[in-house]
Design a protein around this ligand. Structure first.
Ligand code: SF4
Ligand SMILES: [Zn+2]
Length: 137
């Protein structure tokens, strides 16, 4: 999955004390941030975007490091993603955000693997056009 450093949402990261009281997820079922491994990529993105809109996102990421929580989704990142960035020596405020996989040609979001940056339907269109050119030459 591609990542970017672009900040999304209302990150202040400076809220201390009862930061959980300012969390977007404060009234949600805690299981929301512990999705089953079989969760689909689209569903995962809904949770990510939920976190991206949270004003205590950075504080939540910091807390995840402090309590060594490498399982739940925090700040829009899965536990595995956060652990990887942490092991690479990044501070929570440097953890890059995932980018929605988008086709470089039609700009549609796709959950299927992109090849050479292209979605399946654009690849087929390009292959057909190449074949037509071959036949015509
Ligand atoms: S970043 Fe996500 S998990 Fe963390 S407090 Fe905000 S909504 Fe909850
Ligand atoms: Zn496409």
């Amino acid at each position: 999955m591609a990542f970017t450093n672009t900040a999304v949402g209302l990150d202040s990261g400076t809220i201390n004390g009862d930061w959980r009281g300012a969390a977007v997820c404060k009234d949600e079922d805690p299981d929301l941030m512990y999705p089953l491994p079989a969760i689909g990529p689209g569903e995962l993105w809904l949770i990510r975007e939920y976190c991206f809109a949270c004003q205590v996102r950075l504080r939540c990421l910091q807390d995840g490091v402090e309590v060594s929580d490498w399982e739940s989704i925090r700040g829009g990142l899965t536990g595995r993603e956060r652990a990887k960035h942490y092991r690479a020596g990044l501070e929570p405020h440097e953890f890059p955000l995932p980018v929605k996989p988008t086709c470089a040609v039609c700009f549609r979001v796709t959950w299927l693997p992109l090849r050479k940056g292209r979605c399946g339907s654009c690849r087929v269109t390009e292959q057909r056009a190449a074949k037509r050119e071959q036949v015509a030459s």
